[in-house]
Design a protein around this ligand. Structure first.
Ligand SMILES: NC(=O)c1ccc[n+]([C@@H]2O[C@H](COP(=O)([O-])OP(=O)(O)OC[C@H]3O[C@@H](n4cnc5c(N)ncnc54)[C@H](OP(=O)(O)O)[C@@H]3O)[C@@H](O)[C@H]2O)c1
Length: 292
């Protein structure tokens, strides 16, 4: 692994450490939301990216945005595959490595909530949930995570600057009633990252996790679109607002850059304070602002 720590006495504090120049990265779920923002931020930081989603057309908009925001970066590659199918993860990884000429960074961001037949998220107590609702969540969020990491390993060991970044959720760290299926898989991603971080440290492969709170994307559209529900949820977010996908992208660039060269097995929380224990005092009047 190249750690830009300089044995010859040059400053270690180069702004280059916060860039991803020359990094070859696969980003799953790159068609929209958090994955699209991460892919674009990677390209802006100098990375060469492969964008994965279920169809190739789905990533067209992200590829076009990358062309506009990073005209000097190599063209983004587009890969199609449904990660609910166990055969797809190794195929996607190997296709990305073929297109990029190797692989330095795997970002597994694709993820799903249980949905009803119309595709709307389902929030219901465990006793009322069905095995059919759990199945795709386990497949995409958990089994595909394992399969992608397994397939990426032989490529990452060949890299000078290898890392894995899993997009988990704060729901994997705290209790969220009615989101058990999702929470279980997001917890499992944190656990897997910690195990792999220790297991793969000898090969120089760093493995980290992002744990966003409520982010405004298609996944949460029915929630933030419901004013009463959104207000209820925001009562528990000290910053009292939703995050934008770009606010997850910056931490993703940081954790895969050389600036984070000694960080592995870390779950970075991006939740506006949601998971900070409030001792049951959430909702009490806040400090007056100087203009009050
Ligand atoms: N939004 C939030 O509040 C929030 C909070 C915490 C964590 N997260 C996590 O952040 C990640 C991204 O979420 P998001 O909010 O950006 O979601 P989103 O807007 O619904 O986008 C999901 C992405 O995953 C891809 N995807 C879904 N199912 C797939 C499958 N079976 N095979 C391959 N790709 C698939 C989608 O691609 P297609 O074009 O193929 O549909 C899309 O690119 C997820 O892991 C989610 O759990 C989100």
């Amino acid at each position: 692994m190249i750690i830009r720590v300089n044995p010859d006495g040059e400053s270690m504090l180069s702004p280059d450490n916060y860039r991803l120049d020359g990094i070859r990265a696969l980003v799953t779920g790159a068609s929209r939301g958090i994955g699209a923002a991460i892919a674009e931020a990677f390209a802006v930081a100098g990375a060469h990216v492969a964008l994965a989603a279920r169809t190739e057309e789905a990533t067209t908009r992200t590829a076009e945005r990358i062309e506009r925001s990073s005209p000097d970066s190599p063209k983004a590659h587009r890969i199609a595959g449904d990660l609910a199918d166990p055969a797809v993860a190794p195929r996607i990884v190997n296709e990305a490595a073929g297109l990029l000429g190797g692989l330095d960074v795997l970002v597994h961001n694709a993820g799903v909530l249980p949905v009803d037949p119309q595709g709307n998220p389902v929030f219901k107590p465990l006793a009322l949930s069905t095995a059919q609702e759990w199945e795709p969540v386990l497949a995409v969020n958990l089994s595909a995570t394992v399969a992608l990491c397994r397939a990426a390993y032989p490529l990452l060991v060949e890299s000078d600057n290898p890392s894995v970044l899993l997009v988990s959720s704060v729901a994997g760290l705290i209790g969220v009633p009615t989101m058990e299926a999702y929470g279980v898989t997001k917890s499992a991603q944190v656990s897997l990252a910690r195990s792999l971080a220790t297991g793969w440290a000898g090969q120089g492969i760093r493995v980290n996790v992002l744990c966003p709170g409520w982010v405004r994307t298609d996944m949460t559209a029915t929630v933030y679109g419901n004013e009463a529900l959104s207000a209820l949820l925001l009562q528990h977010v000290p910053m009292q607002r939703w995050a934008e996908p770009e606010e997850v992208a910056g931490p993703a660039v940081f954790l895969t850059s050389s600036a984070a060269s000694f960080i592995t097995g870390h779950a970075l929380v991006i939740d506006g304070g949601l998971s900070v224990p409030h001792g049951g005092l959430a909702g009490l009047p806040t400090e007056p602002s100087p203009t009050d």
